[in-house]
Structures are given as C-alpha cells and as structure tokens.
Design a protein around this ligand. Structure first.
Ligand code: PCA
Length: 216
C-alpha cells in the first residue's frame, strides 16, 4: 500500500506539548483513499529533525511527506509555500544550537517551493470547515529547517517524494488562562490534517490539479 508520512515536532520553547505531534498521531494507521498514514515524532534539534525524518522515509518509503509544526499565535492552519536555505534561530533549539544566518545545506539552492498542491489543500480544508490559509514564510527556525531540508532530501535522494509543511495553532490547553492566545480544538486540527492529506493524495493520483480542480 502507498503511504503518506506525517511528522510532528516535540515540544519546545517552554511548552509541555506540541499540537503538531498531538494531532498528527491521531492519524496514525488511518487509511485515506488507498493510502496508509504513517507518523513519527521528530526532535526540535538542528539536523536531528532531518535525520529522524530520513529514518522514517527509509522505513516507510512514503510517496508524500508532510512535516507539521506549531506556529504559536497563529489563528488558522497554514500550508507553507516555501522553505528557505537559512537557519536564523531567535531561540536555541532543544539541544542549545542557535545558528544565526547560516545555511541549512551549503550546496543547496536559496529556496524550495512545496511540491504539494498547496491551494488544493487549503481549499479542501476550508470546505471541511477548517480555518486554513497559505503562508508565504515558514520562518527561519526548525520548521523552515525541516521544510527546506526534506525538500533537499527529496530533490537529491528521493525523487519519488512530494513534500511540504503545515503550521498549526496552539491547542486550547496551551491557551488556557492566557489572555489573547489563539488556539484550535484537537478535532478541528485533525479534520484539517485529514483534508490536507486527502488533497495531497488526490493530486498524487492525478485526480485533481494543484488548485483542486477535478481532472476526471
Ligand atoms: N514549531 C517551530 C519548530 C518546531 C515547531 O513545532 C517552528 O515554527 O519553527
């Protein structure tokens, strides 16, 4: 059976949970169309995040890889358009690395666009009643590192893979007691991920175009 690999990051920045892994793991083992969803939790550590993702790629040989991360303060789910070749961390990662203005890969291009159908994904998420938009920057921290890095791996070693990134808001328990902190219920996050994955699968199968238009 063909597979979709979803990864979610570990907690970071003083949080005890990361909504990315909490929501991604809900899809473990799920079947969508004729694909199986496989998942893994990855560390908020420079290069180790990519090493763990590559281990999962070698284990599961997925056709689609979507990394998911927390975007504290986001009010909606954000399907990222582009990863840039820049590690510029405003806080240290979980092992104390804090590169400033360094490249992710010295021999990589300045940026990689997502090879997922980002507009079709947002459309299907919105049709499922889930607040979602396209984002034009994944930042310059671990989420961008993972998005750029997995795109680099796909371009250089795993040409069968289409890949991209989704940023998601805090869970309500991370916002409890904090004034003005946006959050999204777990059931909504899961519905959004399901819709996003469904669009990516339909695109991989050639059933829809990148905007979500039917090709059948
Ligand atoms: N969010 C961070 C890194 C890990 C995560 O879940 C980011 O947006 O870069």
């Amino acid at each position: 059976m063909k597979r979709v690999l979803l990864t979610g990051f570990q907690p970071f920045g003083g949080e005890t949970i990361n909504p990315a892994w909490v929501s991604v793991r809900e899809l473990s083992g799920m079947k969508i169309r004729d694909y199986e969803i496989v998942t893994g939790e990855i560390p908020v550590v420079r290069y180790k995040a990519l090493e763990e993702t590559e281990k999962l790629i070698l284990l599961y040989e997925p056709e689609i890889v979507i990394n998911v991360g927390q975007a504290g303060g986001a009010m909606e789910m954000r399907v990222e358009r582009v990863g840039v070749n820049c590690d510029d961390y405003s806080i240290p990662d979980n092992e104390g690395n804090q590169p400033i203005g360094e490249k992710v890969f010295d021999d990589g291009p300045d940026a990689y666009f997502s090879t997922l159908p980002i507009k079709a994904m947002v459309k299907m998420m919105n049709e499922a009643g889930v607040p979602a938009t396209i984002s034009n920057s994944a930042g310059t921290y671990l989420c961008n590192h993972a998005m750029y890095g997995v795109a680099y791996l796909a371009a250089t070693r795993y040409p069968q893979i289409i890949t991209g990134f989704i940023h998601i808001p805090f869970l309500p328990e991370q916002a409890a007691g904090k004034r003005g902190r946006a959050s999204m219920a777990l059931s909504t996050l899961v519905a959004g991920l399901e819709a996003a994955v469904t669009a990516a699968i339909d695109y991989a199968k050639g059933d829809i175009d990148a905007e979500g238009g039917s090709l059948n």
